[in-house]
Design a protein around this ligand. Structure first.
Ligand SMILES: [Zn+2]
Length: 215
């Protein structure tokens, strides 16, 4: 088992809609209630979904397989054509095959003040602003650092490589609503027993520092 502490830092205003109704904000940021009040949180499921898409994008470049599906029925069809589970589904799970990756929710490192932004509703068909249709949305300021934990249940080198590459690729993908985030890894436990190839070591090195602060 390998545990990684992962930091996620939005590099622009970051929004992640909650389904909880609010009388003040049209689209509040996702929050979890704690003894000290509601805390803005990135749920592990959102991070896992984004990482899975990220893995799907880069799997082939790593010489690994991906069915490219998220619909359970189509996933099973593709797997039977491929002769078994693809590598992405082995890591992230598929129908009747549990995930090898557990992802905690991501909490802000420090208490933070959300900002409220006002946006204009767009008529998708005409690509025009709808007059009088403004709405408010809560956002996290850029530079806010969230921390969470990833647990890889089976420490096969293949899973480590795919996970590290997915984390790096997340810097160029989308989290939440169009959110661009930086990703950093610290405090890895249990990696000693896994023999990593040179690419995995390079990926790990890149994840030891913020990407968007590189000189
Ligand atoms: Zn698959």
């Amino acid at each position: 088992m390998i545990e990684l502490e992962v930091l996620i830092k939005p590099i622009c205003l970051f929004t992640l809609g909650s389904s909880e109704p609010s009388t003040i904000i049209d689209i509040p940021f996702y929050k979890v209630s704690t003894p000290t009040g509601d805390e803005p949180t990135i749920p592990g499921s959102s991070v896992k979904g984004a990482l899975r898409s990220s893995a799907t994008v880069i799997a082939n470049d790593l010489g690994l397989t991906s069915c490219g599906e998220i619909d359970p029925e189509r996933m099973s069809e593709k797997h039977s054509k491929m002769g078994g589970l693809c590598d992405v589904c082995k890591l992230f799970g598929a129908p009747n095959s549990p995930s090898n990756l557990l992802i905690s929710s991501f909490k802000p490192l420090k208490p933070l003040d959300l900002v409220t932004i006002t946006q204009v509703s767009i008529d998708d068909l005409r690509m025009r602003a709808i007059e009088g249709r403004l709405f408010t949305r809560e956002a996290v300021p850029p530079g806010t650092v969230f921390k969470g934990k990833l647990t890889l249940l089976r420490d096969k080198p293949l899973f480590v490589k795919l996970l590290l590459a997915s984390l790096i690729n997340l810097r160029f993908e989308v989290l939440g609503q169009h959110g661009v985030v930086d990703v950093k890894v610290e405090n890895i436990k249990g990696l000693e027993a896994t023999e990593l190839d040179s690419l995995s070591l390079k990926l790990l090195k890149s994840l030891e520092r913020w990407w968007y602060e590189l000189p």
